[in-house]
Structure formats: structure tokens, C-alpha cells
Design a protein around this ligand. Structure first.
Ligand code: NZQ
Ligand code: ZN
Length: 386
């Protein structure tokens, strides 16, 4: 196991009705700017509950944060924070609203051009406004981590940053707040959490059985509850609770400590979203099966472990087990209604060229746990995903 520091300061308020407890975790004199996306938070009543829970504190609402939040919209929010003298942010929404809150919180305290935050991947953040979140879409893990992904619409760049200053102070995880989600977003959530787990688990053995067993437990949970959630005629609280907690645990740092990490699938996926506006999780389903196959030698030991412990594949040659594990992964995504081929989006060879050019422009030329996923490797992965 590699050396590590682990410090996650985010308080989780889990369960039905927990929005009511927000007031205990926001300073009494705070001036709060609530951040929301489109109309979903208002329509579901979640925004109203959050306002109520602020218990008379001065607050206002900034709405219009789009999926794959834009740098441009975030800057408008920064201006609103400054003009209104707000000193606490409350994000009510999915990963996009929470990611935007992180960027806004840092940009308000940043001297200079906020684009530099993304250029430096957050290493130049020295302070940020405090913020809490009310999660309405289990998927990204943003509610309990310090990472964020922001898109510069004009440049077509989708870039991630992180900082010790951008952990939420608290996050409310109420599984009942997912009941209004369309099936498509629930399926996206299952796949995003699955691929987060894979990016930290499926590398090479690091003598880290605790992290491995946690990761395998998350993968098996998602395989169990994902299809049930997508097929259920009515929402089932316990399944929603399992998905919500699995998605949070998949990317709150715990399973990634002391082990090598990959993230190549995510970096390629971000370019597909920036170029073609495909939902984040859907880009991952396009890339991951082809990536696992392309890198089957470097990942051999872990692929065999994955085949046995996650898919119960114990028969046949090593290569046959690896093939079957990759096929099961692909079939799992497809069973949730998520395509694993670029052709499903009518995309062909020209997309491959465009993604590779963007990866090069963003310096994503040495990806993966061995830094050996060069643009040539990424090209083969995308060509195999056509
Ligand atoms: O905008 P509103 O009206 O809120 O509608 C949203 C949006 O259209 C809707 N929605 C959310 N909660 C709902 C709901 N609709 C009905 N009922 C509810 N309870 O769902 C749509 C998608 O929301 P979004 O926040 O964009 O989805 P998600 O949570 O999947 O977030 C995706 C973003 O997170 C980034 C992605 O790149 C993408 O930009 N990621 C962030 C990560 C992190 N911070 O750690 C890691 C991830 O790998 C990912 O990159
Ligand atoms: Zn993701």
C-alpha cells in the first residue's frame, strides 16, 4: 500500500427529512446565496424546503446553472455574490450545481483571472467561501469531495480542478429527493459511480485488500440495485438510499487512498462531452469497455480479480475470463439503457480525430496509472468504441 494522507471534512446529513437540519450547520449571521440549476429543485419542493431550513437568515437564489456548468455562468454568480455581500453558498442540485458552487466559492476569493484556477487545476486556490449542498442526483460524489469540472463554452474546454479549500461543509443526502429524477439520470448515476470505482480499483495490485474489498462491495451493490431502480414502477426508498451512499463512497477519497489511480476514461469522456454534449456518465460507458480491452496486459491481474470477485467468473482460460468480465461490464451498461458504442450517437472517425486533438491541446497525453495512455493509445480506444 502506498503512503497517504486522508482527511475528509464534509459532514453528511443522511436520510429522509434531513434538509430541516441545515440550519444547525450554517452560521447564524450568514448571508446565503442558494445556487440551483434549471427548474427541477423548485418543482420538486426541495428548494422551498431548503429556504425554510435557513430559518430567517438573509438569502437569495441564483438559478440557471446548466448541466456541465459553464465558466461563463459561474462568473455571473461570482458577481452576484460580491454585489450582495453573500458569505455562504448553498448548492441545491446534482453534480453540476455542486461543482459550480466549488468554483464560485474559490473564484470569489481569487485575485486575478479566474480561468487561471482551471489552468492550474486549483493549485493556486488559497481560500474559498464556505458552502453546503443538498444533493438531488446521486452520481458524481461531488457532495463529499473537493473536485469540480467546469466547461468554458467558448473555448470548448472542460477542465477539472480540486483544492483542500473546496470540500462542502455539509451535504444533505435525502434519498427521497431522487424520486423526481428521470430514469435516464438514475441510470447515468449508476454508471458514473461504477466508473469512479473502476478508475480507482482496476489498475494493478498494490497490496490494499481493504480498498479492494470496499471497491468490490460498491461495484456489486451497483450491479444489484441499478437494474432494480431503472425497472421499478415506483421508487423504492432503500434502493435509492443504497445508490446514494454508494455514489458518495465511490468518490469521497476513501477507496482511492494508498492505491494507484487511472482516470484516463474520465479525461477522454470529458472531451466527448465538451465536443458533443453527451451526458458525462454516457461518455464513460463509451470509453471504459474499450479501455479495459486495450489495456488488458497492464491491468491483467486486476481484471482477473474483477472477473472473479465482481462477476463470479472462475471457469476458462485467463483471457476468456477477462473477455467475459469486459463483456459483462458492457452488457450491464447497455441493460441500463446506456449505449457503449459511438455509433449509437451517430459519431464516427471524425470524432476520434477531434477528441485526440483536444486531449493534446489540454496536455492529456500521458494518462492512466502508468502514464502510458498516449494519444495513440486513446485513439485505439476510441476506434474500438466506434
Ligand atoms: O438543472 P436541473 O433543473 O436541476 O435538472 C437537472 C439536470 O437537468 C436534473 N436533476 C437533478 N436532480 C433532479 C433532476 N431532475 C429531477 N429531479 C431531481 N431530483 O438532472 C440533470 C443533470 O444534472 P447534473 O447535475 O448535470 O448531473 P450530474 O449529477 O450527473 O453531474 C454531472 C456533472 O458533474 C461532473 C460532470 O463532468 C458533469 O459536469 N462530475 C463531477 C465530479 C466531481 N465533482 O467529483 C466527478 C464526475 O466524474 C464528473 O466529472
Ligand atoms: Zn464521473
Amino acid at each position: 500500500m502506498l503512503n497517504f494522507d486522508f482527511h475528509n471534512p464534509t459532514r453528511i446529513l443522511f436520510g429522509q427529512g434531513r434538509i430541516a437540519d441545515i440550519g444547525q450547520h450554517v452560521p447564524a449571521q450568514a448571508r446565503v446565496l442558494i445556487l440551483v440549476g434549471g427548474a427541477s429543485a423548485e418543482r420538486s419542493g426541495t428548494l422551498g424546503r431548503a429556504r425554510q431550513a435557513l430559518d430567517g437568515r438573509v438569502h437569495d437564489t441564483f438559478s440557471g446553472i446548466e448541466p456541465n456548468p459553464s465558466f461563463e455562468t459561474c462568473l455571473q454568480a461570482v458577481q452576484r455574490v460580491r454585489e450582495g455581500g453573500f458569505d455562504f453558498l448553498l448548492a441545491v442540485g446534482g453534480g453540476s450545481v455542486i461543482d459550480a458552487a466549488k468554483f464560485i466559492a474559490a473564484a470569489v476569493c481569487f485575485d486575478g483571472d479566474p480561468w487561471e484556477i482551471l489552468q492550474k487545476r486549483g493549485r493556486n486556490i488559497h481560500a474559498a467561501l464556505p458552502f453546503g449542498t443538498v444533493l438531488t442526483l446521486p452520481a458524481t460524489g461531488s457532495e463529499m469531495n473537493n473536485g469540480s469540472v467546469i466547461t468554458h463554452r467558448e473555448r470548448g474546454s472542460k477542465l477539472a480542478f480540486s483544492s483542500p479549500h473546496t470540500y462542502p461543509r455539509f451535504s444533505v443526502l435525502d434519498p427521497a429527493k431522487t424520486y423526481t429524477l428521470p430514469i435516464k439520470q438514475l441510470a447515468n448515476g449508476v454508471v458514473d459511480a461504477y466508473v469512479h470505482t473502476m478508475e480507482q480499483y482496476l489498475t494493478y495490485p498494490a497490496n490494499a485488500p481493504v480498498q479492494d474489498r470496499f471497491a468490490e462491495g460498491l461495484l456489486r451493490t451497483l450491479i444489484e440495485v441499478g437494474p432494480r431502480i431503472v425497472a421499478a414502477p415506483e421508487p423504492v426508498y432503500d434502493d435509492r438510499a443504497s445508490l446514494m451512499w454508494a455514489a458518495t463512497m465511490a468518490l469521497n477519497g476513501l477507496i482511492g487512498v494508498g492505491v494507484p489511480q487511472d482516470w484516463a476514461t474520465h479525461m477522454i469522456g470529458h472531451e466527448l462531452t465538451a465536443l458533443h454534449h453527451i451526458d458525462h456518465a454516457r461518455t464513460l460507458a463509451l470509453v471504459l469497455p474499450a479501455m479495459l480491452n486495450e489495456r488488458r496486459d497492464a491491468k491483467r491481474a486486476k481484471l482477473l480479480q474483477y472477473a472473479e470477485r465482481v462477476w463470479d467468473l472462475r471457469e476458462g482460460s485467463e483471457d476468456a475470463r477477462i473477455d467475459a468480465a469486459i463483456e459483462r461490464t458492457r452488457a450491464f451498461f447497455e441493460s441500463l439503457g446506456i449505449p457503449t458504442r459511438l455509433s449509437a450517437y451517430r459519431l464516427g472517425g471524425e470524432t476520434v480525430d477531434a477528441v485526440i486533438a483536444q486531449l493534446q491541446a489540454h496536455g492529456m497525453t500521458q494518462l492512466g496509472e502508468h502514464r502510458d495512455v498516449t494519444p495513440e493509445v486513446s485513439r485505439r480506444v476510441l476506434e474500438a468504441a466506434l
